[in-house]
Design a protein. Structure first.
Length: 451
């Protein structure tokens, strides 16, 4: 049995304890010990206001210092986060390192300024009154944002937290069982940089059970809520909110690949397309909303499947799959067996850690086993796949930019949120309206003064 400990951060102060134990069965058994929340903690959190006195550039400067520290893989809070996240998420150490490298890339001045310019149209709205038509307009903080985080993607913690900080709100992070460490270690980084800084003092990261009275209290004092997770978790959060509280949900989605016949032009083109598709597939072992679950492939799809398996062998050398439970293994075995009985074909990487199932038809409503399992559906024309898109689809990645241009209007009219090309499903560009919204503008209160 391996024992690990993680503190809470409450309004920039560290709270230690071993009152709560989270257990994880991986290659070894792990116990993660955490403190517990009390009424005094809630009172302290409720007493903290927003950081409206800071300018946007002062906030960005502070965040960039954290990004500089996290670029070093040996930095102590990144090291602690990596050690714990590798256990709790089940992802490989390489996957966690890649995630934290991306985190440090986000915390840089150019990225943050461009993000604000796109989402807010003008960052000056956050700092002062700006003339707009016949009024002076200002974007003021909502106040206290409760972030109910999901544990499937470590970057979720940063994205949600970052939205709250950039809009000058105080932030309470309800850390998830699947990834409790990323949020806490970010808060600890802020404390190390400057324990008295307003961003530090307005940040809290705590673990609380979903049926706890303390979680109810956190919802009661929240001026806004960002909720991440599955459908039932999102709805549970919505029910806990006070009437009228701004509520941003980031719910469950699936993503698709549309692969057309131009990939068969020659062996090199096919190899390149397969490698890009493999890179999309392995990220977060397919547990992210942007991960492809199904690929619609123009015939002969068998050529693509064979090339994809070879590409997965290559990608697995630097991004190996993480832990997989007995239940996950059983589900994949069942899907492979069902495919063979229904005249499908099954392809596996050399390690047996990736599975490609060439299915004769599309099945709606089945439970996808994930864990690097891609269902391939052969179509004569990629246009035939468009009618399978609905509002549950987050990303559609095309192998052909020409086909993307041709089908873009029909694809989004059926419910898809974002179109991209193979190899870029996990990289969300600045300007992408996540969940169909510009979320930063929803975390402020727009006020006006007549001119």
């Amino acid at each position: 049995m391996v024992e690990l400990e993680l503190p809470f951060v409450i309004c920039g102060e560290v709270k230690e304890g071993r009152d709560t134990c989270l257990s994880f069965n991986r290659d070894k058994d792990y116990n993660l010990f955490l403190p517990s929340l009390c009424e005094d903690d809630i009172t302290q959190i409720a007493s903290i206001d927003s950081i409206g006195e800071l300018s946007v550039r002062e906030i960005i400067s502070f965040l960039c210092e954290a990004g500089r520290l996290w670029r070093n893989r040996e930095y102590r809070w990144r090291t602690l986060a990596s050690e714990i996240a590798s256990v709790t998420t089940g992802y490989s150490k390489q996957m966690i390192d890649l995630s934290y490298d991306m985190l440090s890339e986000v915390l840089n001045e150019d990225f943050l300024l461009r993000l604000l310019e796109v989402e807010m149209r003008d960052i000056e709205f956050l700092d002062r009154w700006v003339k707009l038509g016949e009024a002076d307009v200002h974007a003021v903080p909502l106040g206290r944002i409760l972030h109910v985080l999901a544990g499937n993607v470590p970057l979720v913690s940063l994205v949600s937290y970052l939205m709250g900080i950039l809009t000058k709100n105080s932030n309470v992070l309800k850390i998830p069982t699947g990834d409790p460490a990323t949020s806490v270690c970010l808060c600890l980084t802020f404390r190390e940089i400057d324990p008295s800084h307003p961003v530090t003092k307005t940040s809290s990261a705590v673990y609380v059970e979903h049926d706890s009275d303390y979680l109810t209290r956190l919802f009661e004092i929240a001026d806004g809520v960002c909720a991440w997770g599955g459908g039932s978790a999102i709805e549970a959060c919505r029910r806990k909110c006070r009437p009228g509280t701004p509520f941003l949900d980031f719910g469950p989605r699936k993503s698709l690949q549309f692969i057309s016949r131009e990939i068969y032009a020659d062996d090199e083109v096919l190899k390149t397309a397969a490698l890009k598709a493999a890179q999309d597939l392995v990220m977060y072992d397919q547990h992210a909303c942007h991960s492809p679950q199904i690929a619609f492939v123009e015939s002969p799809a068998e050529l693509f499947c064979k090339a994809l398996v070879e590409a997965l062998d290559e990608v697995e050398t630097f991004l190996p799959r993480g832990y997989m439970s007995i239940e996950e293994k059983a589900q994949i075995t069942l899907e492979k067996t069902m495919a063979l009985f229904s005249n499908g074909k099954v392809y596996c990487s050399r390690s047996k850690n990736c599975t490609i199932i060439l299915s004769p038809e599309f099945r709606r409503g089945f439970i996808h086993p994930l864990s690097r399992t891609l269902f391939v559906v052969e179509v004569e024309k990629i246009e035939d796949a468009v009618h399978f898109i609905d509002s549950s689809v987050l990303v559609v990645a095309f192998s052909s930019e020409e086909k993307q241009e041709e089908l873009k209007d029909e694809v989004v009219s059926r419910g898809a949120h974002r179109l991209t090309v193979l190899g870029k499903m996990a990289r969300f560009p600045i300007g992408y309206p996540q969940e169909g919204r510009f979320n930063l503008s929803r975390l402020v209160r727009w006020v006006a003064r007549d001119r």
